[in-house]
Ligand binder design. Structure first.
Ligand SMILES: C[S@@+](CC[C@H](N)C(=O)[O-])C[C@H]1O[C@@H](n2cnc3c(N)ncnc32)[C@H](O)[C@@H]1O
Length: 519
């Protein structure tokens, strides 16, 4: 799924894809709503509202031990997006996020935010709704999980936003959260007046939202503007006001409104899951609150850096900085580049690498050539050049301009460790820049003391370390930084030359190939 990599790092579904086969074995109702394809794979038809409803109920039980009953004519919450919102609120409160007290406006039949928040963080809630049936089910779900002392479900009148009785009560709250009715009218609900293109495919799963759940005069923008208005009166009672936003365009509308109202401490975020993105907006009058940076923006920024989040299931190394650094160093040794290790702690490490030539590109091709074609090719070439044929001892193949043409190689034809460009018919004497040469075998060290000539033979240099470290004498110098954050390790390549991004990107690609996910 395209956006899952931007899911909140603590979101349960970021790394735990539901196992439908297991669920079907364990939950008969889920089994009834799923099918098996010809390969025995258990599948779910996400276009059937009932199947999606059963899946949500099943996952709430399986992953959170929550008993939730959802009516078949009401909105079925998507768990990954609801969790993203909860984790964002945790981030807003930092270390003191446990045992908060919140208000959930429009809790729905599922009462999803209160029961998840209560289960995960022991949060208490005042949950509101305008719809009788939603209130009935919300109460049922609270009781079904023995959360009556933590969650209070109350009916409010239509047109209410943040309930005014909060003002006169003794209770204060840490936050308000809300997933407002999103549409302004039926036209918008049917995507007739939205910007959704007519040729855009139907959403992957069907919504069962009732009109009262999805439609409110003025749509979500108006609803949130009302919340902003209410927040002025309630700022002594509630520390942080938040809402989910369903349409991106409304994020700027709300931001404009906050600025117009001179609320300067506000923040937005992205909730990413599957193929959908939703947004979060938060504001406060409490100057001690520092909103967290958007995870999505951070990740996007990181993507413009040469950075790779090493997958947990890379199948190569134990997932900690010590082992990962040792692995990186072993790879640098294999690549025969010079390196110097910097500071290493349990949360980060740094290795500086200096390469005289490109030994990392086209690894797969090189391995293939080495395994299958190379020796044969060289034998053939030897036969075509009789004067060289008797003395091939070992062969090192180098690439030219990053790609080795099938009929061209640089080889130690004579066995005297002098490299020559081998072609199908002739040995060419080209002017080749050493920066364009890459090798995949450990280059053969010059055993003779002969000074390399300026001919083709001289372009292959040893890695004996006799060259000095000035920029012109190396191909690339970069820093490999490993960092641990939120239980994830990232590998970043920093171009120390300042103009070798492409080569650094190749080095990153080399490590990506080595440390890729096994699934
Ligand atoms: C989009 S649904 C969200 C349901 C649930 N919170 C979720 O995330 O799945 C909006 C909910 O707000 C309720 N609602 C509509 N107007 C409201 C209002 N003025 N005050 C409180 N709830 C309202 C609807 O009945 C509906 O349950």
């Amino acid at each position: 799924m395209a956006l899952n990599r931007f899911m909140h790092p603590r979101n349960h579904y970021r790394n735990n894809k539901p196992d439908f086969s297991q669920l079907a074995l364990k939950y008969p109702e889920f089994a009834d709503h799923s099918t098996q394809d010809l390969n025995g794979k258990v599948c779910l038809d996400f276009k059937k509202a009932n199947s999606v409803r059963i899946l949500t109920q099943t996952l709430l039980k399986e992953d959170f031990d929550l008993n939730v009953e959802l009516p078949d004519d009401r909105l079925t919450p998507t768990l990954s997006s609801r969790l993203n919102y909860i984790h964002w609120i945790e981030d807003i409160f930092g270390d003191s996020y446990k045992e908060l007290r919140g208000i959930d406006i429009g809790t729905g039949a599922s009462c999803i935010y209160p029961i998840l928040g209560c289960k995960i963080n022991n949060w208490s809630f005042l949950a509101t709704d305008v719809n009788e049936k939603n209130l009935e089910y919300a109460n049922k779900n609270v009781k079904g999980n023995n959360m009556q002392t933590k969650i209070q479900v109350v009916k409010v009148e239509e047109g209410t936003c943040i309930p005014q009785f909060v003002l006169s009560s003794d209770q204060s709250y840490d936050f308000v959260m809300c997933n407002p009715p999103f549409f302004a009218d039926h036209m918008e609900a049917q995507a007739i007046t939205t910007t959704r293109k007519v040729d855009r495919p139907d959403p992957p799963s069907m919504s069962t939202a009732e009109d009262c759940e999805s439609i409110v005069p003025g749509g979500e923008a108006q609803f949130i503007k009302q919340m902003i208005q209410d927040s002025f009166q309630l700022k002594e009672k509630i520390r942080v006001f938040t809402s989910m936003v369903g349409k991106k365009i409304n994020v700027s509308v709300i931001k404009e409104e906050l600025k117009r109202r001179q609320i300067s401490n506000f923040s937005t975020t992205e909730f990413c899951q599957g193929k959908t993105m939703r947004w979060g907006i938060a504001w406060t009058f409490d100057t001690t609150i520092k909103f967290p940076k958007s995870y999505f923006e951070k990740k996007k920024k990181a993507n413009s850096k040469l950075i790779y989040e090493i997958p947990l299931d890379n199948g190569m190394v134990i997932y900690d900085i010590q082992n990962m650094t040792a692995y990186i160093i072993s790879q640098l040794q294999e690549l025969k580049v010079e390196y110097k290790e910097g500071k290493r702690t349990n949360i980060n490490s740094c290795v500086t690498m200096t390469a005289r030539e490109n030994s990392w590109s086209n690894q797969r091709r090189k391995r293939r050539l080495e395994k299958h074609g190379l020796n044969k090719d060289i034998e053939e070439k030897k036969n075509k050049t009789p004067e060289k044929s008797s003395s091939v001892n070992s062969v090192t193949v180098h690439e030219i301009n990053g790609s080795l043409s099938d009929n061209k190689a640089i080889a130690d034809i004579d066995g005297d460790n002098k490299m020559k460009i081998v072609e199908e018919t002739v040995m060419e004497n080209k002017n080749i820049n050493s920066a364009n040469i890459s090798s995949y075998e450990v280059p053969v060290e010059l055993k003779t003391n002969k000074t390399p000539s300026t001919s083709t033979e001289s372009v292959v240099k040893t890695k004996s370390g006799s060259m000095d470290d000035t920029k012109k004498n190396h191909l690339v110098k970069c820093r490999i930084i490993l960092k641990k954050m939120d239980d994830r390790i990232t590998l970043e390549i920093v171009d120390l030359d300042g103009d070798k991004r492409e080569l650094c990107n190749q080095i990153l690609q080399y490590f990506k190939n080595k440390l890729k996910s096994q699934t």
